[in-house]
Design a protein around this ligand. Structure first.
Ligand code: HEM
Length: 187
């Protein structure tokens, strides 16, 4: 939902909220340098932030780009972010980018075998592999990148990825927490 002055927007889907953290100037576009700076602010080193931003903006930018756009092809348009959804994911976002509670619950009920509501690193890998579609190499790589990054940022001291923490990546509130910033909903 764009405001008349093109200013801050109240994004409606969870996936829009997932990426809005990175849109620091709130123009509805996540530029390459915004992704890079945002990743730095949540703890990525310089080289890792640049590499990840290159991949993320290079892949998602063109998919979300409106026909008449004049910006860099590395610009990610939040209004079209659902076009960045790939295959071999967990299904916790639907095709529009809404959060799907039942699919999310399944991640932990099916694969969290050693500790309730948490995944070990190998259980996380089992979950990813079970979601793989045949020969979907791009989807496998995207999913691995997302979950490996999340695991690195959010695992506890025993190497467990908890359900409640994982929930907060879907609406982006995890990012505000890691950056020590207040999110749009005040948390
Ligand atoms: C360190 C930062 C980030 C982490 C840890 C992260 C993690 C995740 C995770 C765990 C998912 C869910 C995958 C699934 O349900 O299988 C996801 C989905 C997604 N993320 Fe991120 N993400 C990050 C940054 C970004 C950025 C900067 C963008 C773009 C500006 C982005 C765009 C997306 C998109 C489009 C999806 C939907 C993919 C799908 O489910 O098919 N993410 N991310």
């Amino acid at each position: 939902v764009a405001t008349a002055d093109g200013g801050a927007r109240a994004w409606t889907t969870a996936l829009q909220q997932h990426v809005a953290f990175f849109d620091s100037d709130k123009d509805g576009i996540v530029s390459f340098s915004e992704t890079e700076t945002g990743l730095r602010s949540i703890g990525f080193g310089f080289a890792a932030a640049t590499a990840a931003a290159t991949l993320i903006n290079g892949v998602i930018g063109p998919k979300t780009r409106p026909e008449n756009a004049t910006t860099s092809t590395f610009s990610i348009y939040i209004e079209n972010i659902q076009k960045g959804i790939h295959t071999s994911d967990s299904g916790s976002y639907d095709a529009q980018g809404n959060f799907v509670q039942a699919k999310f619950d399944e991640i932990f009920s099916k694969y969290g075998k050693t500790t309730p509501n948490a995944l070990t690193e190998s259980e996380l890998e089992q979950m990813r592999h079970a979601n793989r579609k045949d020969n979907d190499f791009k989807g496998w790589a995207a999913s691995k990148a997302e979950w490996d990054q999340l695991y690195g940022l959010a695992k506890d001291k025993n190497g467990l990825l908890h359900k409640d923490t994982t929930r907060t990546v879907y609406d982006g509130s995890l990012f505000y927490k890691l950056a020590n910033k207040t999110g749009p909903s005040g948390n």
